[in-house]
Design a binder for this molecule. Structure first.
Ligand code: SDX
Length: 432
């Protein structure tokens, strides 16, 4: 007999299936709840709600565990590069050498944009926000890649996936070049995925570009650590939008928009802005920690706290360690890194943060590494999007392959007016 959860409503008791995931997470299946009880559930922000079954990424928030397809993120970060990680997330297993080479080739043959797309960049003002550029031009891929829009076709899903993986770095780099008035640098397919992006970002036609291998390693690491994180806000957006059977490019554009928010991927840029503000204000840490605790104020410590992690974010641990190593190797100090560590120390000994289990998350230290790599601050979240792209694609693909695939259409608990008589305009008075 399968286990069940018992639910009593009025004088009736209902039995709901009690499911257990492969890591022991238990879920009450409410798939038939409304039909059998007439009730819906309410869970604003979904902290208690599983939107789907998934085999891609496992998080244990209490223990600070993150695994991609069963492999600890620490091991993947140590042993793989970003394209190998993308393959694992999308196809479910680590690739053989042949599979990886074929995957990389399938990507590199699509790195160019249609030449007509360059006119889109020309229409943006120099101060256009890079995440707005990215979501706009990714959306435009649905115009220029019209032969791969039908998401019901496995062949078109595959083609749009390779085009998306290949063109996102080109779009990101072209957007940056446009904003600084420099000529676009075309992708060079003999380079690796991360080398190609850095080359398109920082090379100029008149000089030989000296690629710093440390920065290639740093980019690989940051993209791997940001590659997937189960049903976060932007991945849920990609699944929600993709569930209408729209093409991949449009679903990814919605994920980019969701990631932009400062409570999500935009926190990496917002965290550096916060540290610069504290630095400029005499490094008065107590003032800002107190401000973050003051409920009458909007201010929060950016890069701190997490819906799932009630422990140190394992990605933040790796990023912090790597930042130390990279700064030391380059003989540099970053006052904002010192400040961030002091802020972490103050916050983690404060009862407010301890009671609420608020720790540094993936966005708290990533900006320190981006600064050393001369990535402009307004491009930090674009790089988060580059990292998250294989995760978005993996979830979109998993949704389309699911035998229980359905359009995402949640209910709401209606609390508005009950039926009322219409009042003609002529009779309406201010009192309503
Ligand atoms: C990412 O979901 C993912 O997996 C996301 C992500 C991914 O890889 O996809 O990990 C990437 O988005 C990381 C998070 C980046 N965002 C930030 O760093 C922005 C600052 N953090 C917060 O706004 C907040 O912590 C969230 C949005 C991340 C999580 O918010 P929750 O889960 O809705 O928690 P909450 O707002 O209910 O907070 C619980 C309590 C509240 O206080 P009380 O009402 O209980 O008194 O903690 C407080 C909050 O006010 N709180 C903070 C805080 N974060 C939460 N107080 C001060 N500073 C903070 N940063």
């Amino acid at each position: 007999m399968d286990p069940t959860a018992k639910l009593s409503i009025d004088d009736q008791t209902y039995e709901l299936p009690l499911l257990t995931g492969t890591e022991g997470t238990r879920a009450i299946d409410i798939g038939k709840l409304q039909r059998t009880t007439g009730c819906i559930t309410l869970d604003e922000g979904y902290p208690n709600t599983g939107s789907t079954k998934s085999a891609i990424t496992f998080l244990d928030g209490e223990k600070g565990i993150l695994r991609y397809r069963g492999y600890p993120v620490e091991v993947i970060a140590e042993r793989c590069d970003f394209t190998e990680t993308a393959y694992l997330l999308i196809f479910g297993d680590l690739p053989t050498a042949e599979q990886l080479e074929e995957f990389r080739t399938s990507i590199r043959v699509h790195t160019l944009l249609h030449e007509g797309m360059k006119r889109i960049f020309a229409g943006f003002p120099p101060d256009a926000q890079p995440m707005a550029i990215l979501s706009s031009v990714v959306s435009a891929l649905a115009i220029y890649c019209k032969d791969s829009l039908d998401s019901r076709s496995e062949e078109m899903r595959e083609l749009s996936m390779y085009r998306m993986l290949a063109k996102m770095p080109t779009i990101a780099a072209f957007g940056y070049k446009q904003s600084i008035g420099q000529p676009f640098i075309y992708p060079e397919n003999h380079l690796t995925y991360c080398q190609n992006f850095l080359h398109m970002m920082f090379a100029v036609p008149s000089e030989r570009y000296q690629m710093d291998p440390d920065f290639v390693d740093a980019l690989n690491l940051l993209l791997i650590l940001q590659a997937d994180h189960s049903q976060n806000c932007s991945t849920s957006a990609v699944r929600m939008v993709g569930s209408s059977n729209v093409n991949l490019f449009s679903a990814i554009a919605s994920g980019i928009c969701a990631l932009w928010g400062e409570w999500h991927g935009g926190a990496n840029e917002a965290c550096i802005n916060m540290l610069e503000m504290i630095q400029a204000d005499g490094r008065n840490l107590k003032k800002y920690v107190d401000l973050a605790k003051d409920k009458t104020k909007e201010f929060r410590l950016m890069g701190f706290g997490h819906r799932v992690y009630k422990n140190y974010d394992p990605r933040a641990t790796i990023i912090k360690k790597f930042a130390h190593k990279l700064l030391k190797k380059h003989g540099q100090r970053d006052p904002l890194f010192d400040l961030a560590q002091e802020l972490e120390e103050v916050a983690l000994t404060d009862p407010y943060f301890i009671e609420r289990k608020l720790y540094p998350n993936v966005d708290f230290y990533s900006g320190i590494i981006y600064r050393l790599m001369n990535i402009p601050k307004n491009m930090f979240t674009v790089l988060f999007a580059l990292g998250r792209l294989p995760g978005w694609i993996a979830h979109w693909r998993e949704m389309h392959q699911s035998p229980t695939k359905a359009i995402h259409r949640p209910m709401d608990l209606y609390v508005g007016h009950t039926l009322r008589e219409f009042v003609p305009l002529i009779e309406r008075t201010a009192k309503g």
